[in-house]
Design a protein around this ligand. Structure first.
Ligand SMILES: Cc1ncc(COP(=O)(O)O)c(C=O)c1O
Length: 390
């Protein structure tokens, strides 16, 4: 029956996942895997968390969905909780949506209607979801800045017109900077702070806007509440998804005061499940779990333990991989190329561990649940070590 559905994955490997618990997924025969990818990086608090499951069950039993002219108290409570942790400033507003793609689309669409200059700027290796302009990024409106050469830039070299590379950015035509502060669907790269800050400063000083795509980097994935908190910037709009629903499809488009104040009223955007009480209740429960269980700090600790452990694995001489990480968002570029990545990925799967493999590349990705235990990290590392020895 799997043949009746088109799956986006390059290969359907596990066909009979029937249940999950925390970081584990189980097949029909009771075999289990530790999911170090958190599904598509979404199961931030692990799966079937009792508090989230109860919120979902209770809210569905009370009211799941309302018409546009009605609402339930839980929707306002969820908005207040999100805006409190985002802290975009007095006058910020948000809308609850259903996917990360939609949240990015909403933010980009709203900001595009207010641009003081016609172009939108983003960084190479970014992903903005499945929809609309932000997905296609037509060259007549978008500039994609290739910043890879900036990674080794000397600390004392300024990001200004004196830098040949920086001078290629058409800032005079740019009305918005759309930033993914860590390329999750790409190669897990983190743009340098001075570059991001210089662009954001120039764009906002000229009356433009900074939109941050936190769909993957948000709610603790990078060791801080949001990926943009690694930069000295204050965004004007933030898209949240994935981890904020813990696996349930709820997302948020948050507009900071500079954007909200320019709108005469709610943006012209409507879909049937916008601001649904059910998504609001799940979101509220997930945020509550993250705060009450200290998962921002725990995610940072999990990531640090994984990063240190991966670096210390018995890599064959001359085959130490390139690794990148920020909090619980990690990538390992295997020296043996895509063929080795497929072998290691499959061996880990056989050993009971799910990690991400970027198809056709040598890059393995790890985005584990934020509350993973030390013992689980260590058994994974021991299995990985065994694979390298054989
Ligand atoms: C950075 C980023 N933005 C947007 C999206 C789209 O989110 P969704 O697949 O929930 O629509 C993704 C999904 O992988 C993502 O990683």
């Amino acid at each position: 029956m799997d043949d009746l559905i088109w799956y986006p994955g390059h290969e359907l490997i596990l066909r009979s996942i029937v249940r999950a618990e925390g970081p584990w997924v189980f097949d029909a025969a009771g075999r289990r895997w530790l999911d170090l990818e958190s599904g598509v990086w979404a199961a931030s608090v692990g799966q079937t968390h009792p508090r989230v499951a109860a919120a979902l069950r209770d809210q569905f039993a009370a009211i799941a969905h309302t018409g546009f002219n009605y609402t339930a108290p839980v929707v306002g409570e969820a908005a207040a909780a999100v805006l409190r942790v985002l802290d975009l400033g007095e006058g910020a507003r948000c809308t609850l949506l259903c996917s990360g793609s939609e949240a990015v689309e909403y933010c980009v669409r709203v900001v595009s209607g207010l641009l003081p200059r016609p172009r939108l700027l983003t960084m190479a290796d970014s992903y903005f979801g499945a929809y609309g302009a932000a997905h296609g990024r037509p060259a007549d409106r978008w500039t994609t800045f290739d910043w890879f050469g900036c990674e080794g830039c000397p600390a004392d070299k300024p990001c200004d017109a004196t830098c040949e590379r920086f001078a290629t950015i058409p800032l005079a035509e740019t009305g918005a900077f759309v930033l993914e502060p860590g390329s999750s669907s790409g190669f897990v790269r983190f743009p340098p702070a001075k570059l991001v800050e210089a662009i954001a400063q120039a764009v906002q000083a000229a009356g433009g806007f900074v939109v941050v795509n936190e769909v993957t980097t948000g709610v603790g994935r990078t060791g801080r509440w949001f990926g943009y908190r690694h930069y000295g910037i204050v965004p004007d709009a933030v898209a949240l998804g994935k981890g904020i629903g813990g696996g349930y499809p709820v997302a948020v488009a948050a507009l900071g005061p500079r954007v909200a104040a320019r709108l005469a009223g709610p943006p012209a955007y409507a879909q049937s499940h916008q601001n649904d009480p059910l998504g609001a209740a799940v979101l509220l429960a997930v945020l509550g779990v993250i705060e009450d269980e200290g998962l921002i700090a725990r995610g940072a600790a999990v990531g640090a333990r994984l990063a240190a452990g991966l670096a210390a694995l018995p890599w064959p001489a001359g085959e130490v991989p390139a690794m990148r990480s920020r909090g619980a968002m990690l990538a390992v570029d295997l020296a043996g190329g895509p063929a080795q990545a497929v072998r290691v990925h499959r061996a880990l799967l056989d050993g009971g561990y799910i990690v991400g493999l970027r198809p056709g590349t040598a890059t393995l990705r790890l985005d584990p649940p934020l509350g993973l235990g030390d013992e689980q990290v260590d058994t994974f590392l021991a299995t990985f070590s065994g694979i390298l020895r054989t």
